[in-house]
Design a protein around this ligand. Sequence first.
Ligand SMILES: C[S@@+](CC[C@H](N)C(=O)[O-])C[C@H]1O[C@@H](n2cnc3c(N)ncnc32)[C@H](O)[C@@H]1O
Length: 438
Amino acid sequence: MSASSDSKKKTEPVSSRAAALALLAGAVRDGKAVDTRFQKVAGTLEPRDRAFVRLLVATTLRRLGQIDAVLGHFVTRTPLPPVEDTLRLGVAQILFLDTAPHAAVDTSVELVKRVRQSKMTGLVNAVLRKVVSQGKDLLAEQDTLRLSTPGWLWDGWVKAYGNKTAQQIAAAHLVEAPLDLSLKDVAAIDTWAAPLKATVLSTGSLRCQASGLIQELPGFKDGAWWVQDAAAALPAKVLLNELDNPKGKSVVDLCAAPGGKTLQLASAGCAVTAVDRSDMRLDRLRENLTRIGVQAGIVKADATDWTPKQKFDAVLLDAPCSATGTLRRHPDLGYVKTRKEIRGYPDNQKVLLRKSSEMLMPGGVLVYAVCSLEPGEGADVVEAVIKDGNFSQLKIDPKPLGANAKWIDEAGALRILPSFWSDKGGLDGFYIALLRKT
Ligand SMILES: C[S@@+](CC[C@H](N)C(=O)[O-])C[C@H]1O[C@@H](n2cnc3c(N)ncnc32)[C@H](O)[C@@H]1O
C-alpha cells in the first residue's frame, strides 16, 4: 500500500512531519542531500512513517516552485524559515498527496508549535485553510513545468536540448521513478516477471509494479536480482556486447561502488576489478557481491592516481558527475547543487578518462558513462579526450541493447533523457560512449 493511500486511514504523527521538516530545511537552506540524512532519520521512525516522510519530502521538493507560487497568494511577507517550510509541507499534503485537508492543517499547526513558533499558529491555520479552498484553482493556472524546475537546470536544458525537450524532461521529473531490477541470470528474466509483478523491458530490465520493502520481494534473499534503473544498466550492456564473449575477459570497473555495474559484469563471467575511493561505499559493494553470489577483485583507490599491475581488456568508467539525470529519484538535487558547483566535474572526468586509457591493452574497449544531462560532462568530455589521439569513438548499435535508435547521438553515443519511454515510466538520464584504445 502506498504511503499516500495509507495516510487516508490514519494520520501520520507530528513526529514524522518534524522529520520531514528537518530534511526539507536541510536541502533548501543548507544544501544537504536528503538521501544520506534520511538514512539517519529513518531509524527513529516506524516503517509506515518512513515511507510517508520520504514521499512528503520528495513531493514538496518536486513541486516546490508551484507550492511557493500558491503560498505567494496568501503570504505577503516571507515568514521565518521553519514557518515557511511548515507551510510548504502543508501545501504539499493538501494539493499533491491524499492527506485529509483537516489533518494537513491541524498537524501543520502542531508542527509550528514544535519548532517554537507558537505565535504563528494563527497564520499557518489561516493560510492553509485558504489553500484548501482555493489551491486547486490556483494550480490550474500555473505553468507547472517551468515552476517545478529550478532556474539553473531549466536554462541548461533549454540551451542543450531546446524548449520542447526541456518541457518533456521537466514533465518526467514530476513522476516518481519506477523500480527497475537487473537479473543475475539474464536468461531467466521471463520466469521472474510474474512473481515480481513486473514487465520485461526490451533493454533486459524488469520494471516492477510491486510495492513494499525491497528485501521482502521474491528473489531478493536468493540474490536473483538487484535494483538498478534500466538506463543505468546500459553502460555494462554496451561493454558486454562489444566484448562479444565476455567470459574471463579482464575488466576494470572504475568508480564502481555500490556495484550495480560490477554485478552485471561479474554475472556475465568477466574477471572484474572494482575500484572506488570510498570505504563506506565499497562495504556496500561487498555486501551486494555476497548477496548475488558473484566475485570481483576490490581495490580501494583514487582512480586518478591508481596504476594497476596489469593492463585490462576493458574499462568501464562510471564517472562522478552532477547526477542531473537522476532528478526523478533525487528531487533535492536542483536545490542542493548549483551551476557553479557542478562546473568542476568535466575537468575531473577528463582526468579519469585519460588515466583509464593507460589501464587498457592496445585495442581494448572503454565505456564512459555519466548520469548527467549536461553535454559538458558527456559528449564534450569525450570529444576533448579523443583529440589526444589515444581513443577512437565507436558507434553504439542500439539493436542488441533493445534501445531506441533515436537515443544514439551523431557521434554514436547513447544520449538518454528522462523523458524517453514516458509511456512506460521513463528512464534516468545517461550519457554513454563506447571508445577503443588506438
Ligand atoms: C556514480 S557512483 C558509481 C555507481 C556505480 N558505478 C554503480 O553502478 O553502482 C560514483 C562513485 O565514484 C566514486 N568516486 C568518485 N571519485 C573517485 C575517484 N577519483 N576514484 C575512485 N572512485 C571515485 C564514488 O565514491 C562513488 O562511489
